[in-house]
Design a protein around this ligand. Structure first.
Ligand SMILES: [Zn+2]
Length: 471
């Protein structure tokens, strides 16, 4: 079993890594870094942060090695001895998918910096992480603290890649139960609000989501909230946890409170929708290259729609606040991308090309924003056709039952169409052709459906905003 040791050179912002490689059966032994991280469908450049690479046998004799690609190192091991790879990782990215080391924070996403053999992803590993006195450890995996070390035994590297580590003496920790599932909330940084109110609201959100699906996919769940020195607003989802980075100028002000709830709701929904209910192309994740898929409007669009909708349904915001959130989502699509030339399917595939940058004008749509509008229209279509006896919730439950629960296979676009039509009760060809497969503007069409909720969108040219009015 391979063993990893992590320690920290805090003044240099370096994470020092040792990989003790056993089961050495190859004279030329290749190791790589993940080329991307789940939750962000673009190639990453983690290798740029690697320095001080060396390899010795466990007896201390140097072994030759060479770099064979941007993420790949080859070790020459003619006598098939066990060996230790040592390298440093420059940890200076304070965001939800990065790694950051300072005097009182040791935070890393293992997917950034864990070298692995391509064919050993499903093998168990051992991990030891060095601690300073007074350190607290936030991690969704079980662990033991022995002396000045944390000891973890991930079932496999997939679990390890999904388990960010946050270590600091300054962590605040709260616990609560939702439908008998233990939840944890961890805070690093200054939050300008009263935590118990937040815990009550997170509990309502979690209870609502668990009842929606009928069960929770994991034994427990952890919300990690990091408050940055700069302005930041994003989160990264994992199966048993989420890292959220939110705030400005070193504080999370009270005015961000509903943004935080919306983000937490969105990321928790991913515990079902992507961590378990997964597109066929992403099951399993291939960490070595792009994983193209065309259905991100389900993974991110549906999740964006539900993230806000659940705040309303669980009672943590009122209808007026919900309409304000919905106006923001509608503006993001209709002000910026309703005339784009790509469909939702095309822009999903192209996430790997330019999904997270401004990109070429009038080219792409956002799978988050247009995807949320597509989710809302589908929800209204089903509610209207079934007299509110069925909704998008029924599609999500079917996806959970058929794909997420056992997680033996992923869904295709065709599965989404079939399940939607089963719940709707007849053909949805017009909906999928117009809203998902084509790039034609959907402003008037969206208004036709919003009328079911006695709402109408109005575009305000002076401020490029969308206003929802009652009709
Ligand atoms: Zn998301």
């Amino acid at each position: 079993m391979n063993t990893y040791f992590f320690s920290f050179s805090k003044n240099k912002q370096l994470i020092e890594i040792e990989l003790h490689a056993t089961d050495t059966t190859r004279i030329q032994d290749s190791f790589e870094l993940p080329a991307w991280r789940p939750g962000r469908y673009q190639l990453q450049n983690f290798a740029k942060n690697i320095l001080n690479f060396s390899v010795k046998t466990t007896a201390g004799v140097d072994l030759d090695w060479s770099k064979t690609a941007r993420n790949t190192w080859k070790v020459f091991n003619p006598e098939l001895q066990d060996f230790v790879i040592r390298y440093s990782y420059y940890a200076n990215e304070f965001n939800a998918g990065g790694s950051y080391v300072s005097q009182n924070l040791k935070y890393f996403n293992p997917v950034n910096l864990t070298l692995f053999r391509k064919d050993e992803l499903e093998q168990a590993v051992k991990v030891y992480i060095n601690l300073d006195e007074g350190d607290l450890v936030a991690c969704s995996m079980p662990y033991d603290i022995k002396g000045n070390e944390v000891e973890l035994e991930p079932r496999n590297l997939t679990e390890w890649f999904d388990s960010p580590i946050i270590i600091s003496p300054d962590l605040i920790h709260e616990e609560f139960q939702a439908e008998n599932v233990p939840f944890h909330f961890w805070l690093y940084g200054n939050a300008g609000f009263f935590i118990p109110g937040l815990i009550d609201d997170l509990q309502k959100i979690a209870e609502y989501q668990i009842r929606l699906f009928g069960e929770f996919p994991q034994k427990s769940y952890h919300f990690f909230l990091l408050v940055p020195e700069n302005t930041y607003y994003h989160g990264v989802e994992h199966a048993s946890n989420t890292v959220m980075v939110l705030g400005q100028d070193g504080i999370l002000p009270q005015t961000y409170y509903f943004d935080l709830l919306g983000l937490a709701s969105h990321e928790l929904f991913h515990a079902w929708n992507i961590a378990r209910i997964r597109p066929a192309e992403l099951l399993p994740y291939d960490y070595t290259r792009e994983n193209y898929f065309s259905t991100c409007f389900v993974a991110e669009g549906f999740t964006t729609y539900y993230g806000d909708r659940i705040l309303l349904e669980s009672g943590v915001i009122d209808y007026a606040q919900y309409l304000h959130e919905l106006e923001t989502t509608l503006k993001r699509h209709f002000d910026e991308a309703d005339n784009a030339c790509q469909s939702l399917l095309e822009s999903s595939f192209d996430l790997w090309v330019d999904g997270y940058e401004k990109g070429t004008p009038n080219k792409k749509v956002s799978v988050y924003n247009k995807g949320a509008v597509a989710a809302m229209i589908l929800d209204i279509l089903i509610r209207r056709n079934t007299g509110d006896t069925k909704s998008l919730d029924d599609i999500m439950r079917q996806l959970w039952n058929r794909f997420g629960n056992e997680m033996k296979k992923g869904y295709t676009y065709s599965d989404i169409k079939i399940i939607s039509e089963e719940v709707f009760g007849s053909s949805l060809e017009h909906y999928f052709k117009t809203v998902v497969e084509s790039a034609e503007p959907i402003f008037d069409l969206t208004n036709d459906y919003l009328a079911y909720w006695s709402l109408k969108m109005e575009y305000i040219p002076e401020t490029s905003a969308i206003r929802l009015v009652q009709i």
